[in-house]
Write a protein of this length. Sequence first.
Length: 496
Amino acid sequence: APILSLTWRVGAITKQSSQSQQQQQEENRSSFTTKSTVYQTVLFAAVADGTIRKYRIDVKQTDFTTTSTSSTNNSTTTEYTVPHAKSMLRMTIESKGRRTPTKVWSMKLLQDGTLIAGNSLGQVQFWNSDTGTLIQTVMQSPLLADVLKVVVSQNESKVFCSGVDSRVVCIERVVPLQDGNDGHDVRPSTLLDSAPWKITYAHRPHSHDVKAMVIVPGAEYPNGDQQMTQKKGLPRRLETLISGGVDTKICSYDVAFFDEKRPQTWYPWPLESPISTSSNPSQSRLLSMQRSEKVELYRLDDLPNSPETTNGEQKEHDKLLAQEAHKYRIKETSATDLVGTIQLGGASGATWSSRLLVSQLSPDGSFLAVSNGRSVFAFLLDSAKSNDAHDPSNESPPSALEVTPIQVQLPSKLRRVNATALHFCGNVLFVADSAKRQIHMIHLKDETGGENIDEESSELSMLTFSIPKHQQTKDVELPIQSIHTTSSGKYVVAMS
């Protein structure tokens, strides 16, 4: 039968005495030393026949060290010897009268020897791994939905499980509070190991099966939350539970305050739109669409004006419903034209070009800024029509728009920035550098229409200002996700 899940723990470590041998070859003398270490590993395997099997594997590590008098470098070779596993015991999961055996999809082994198993009956079972006896069974799902994943907190006081029913359930040892010496209620750690497991809280942020969960340790709690964690007997460091499933969402939870704080959801689409448009009515409107390795530029036709009445009667499509009339007007306009493509790294198929992270088109359509995983690029979009004197009375299609991208030489410091956000305020480009928590401001064009050049460095003038770290998140580096400015450009807002 196939193996469905595994869990293991390294037990006793036995170090054997080292042996030394000396060899002499002509004028070179060398000493040969061996040192052995045995790791007693306990392995649990959940098999599809409805059993959990315990094995013991003594992994032997042998280090061979050779020391030569003629050379200062010592060579060490490590060899691992894995013998056949020894079967210790077998635990059989009840099938509740079903013909098919119960399957264990996920297991975790605690330090006190408790084996936690989530099975296809919607149960989370706690076993004594030394004797193979069942300690307790908790019904994670009243609908008997499969439990697909089980994770444990750092201090092993909380167990989180989820599966087909899309609920993320917290199971923890419940110890009654007792009066402490300082007047605060505390939970004695001596009663924690013998306390029963109970479901305390559950969230349902997902809409479909949850197939992956992990607990990530982080920084210490702020001073205000440290007192609360000590009162509850929780660890001082921040722990984050992350879950993901079929609905392609990723949700994060605070492990210590799982019952008090709502989960945060990360959706599978970018925070900033990959599409930006120019809004200058005096020029042809442009639309930039960011792809994985290129940016496509399209020309947008002006929307038709509201229809005029003829002999007091409106056009036929004005009498339609709003949705139908909208579709009718879209059909009246000509198709959007692709006027150019900007691809970093040269021709298509270049191996050294990186995936584009963010792109932004200036409001007047004159500049386009692009950032990949290596640098920041800016392009001047020189647009011109092939036939400027177009007769409106002519029924032929309007003249084609030609856009020629010209790369702008940015300051050398900016070329090595991995930008996470871009923003235009007029012809001023704002670049977010999350690694250094800085925002760079570059004037691509001055009031007279020419480039704003710094006389000392012969480069575009650039102003850099740093973003102060928040007191509660000073130990956590949060990326800058977006930049916003007022219409005058006097105030800048950065969001992380």
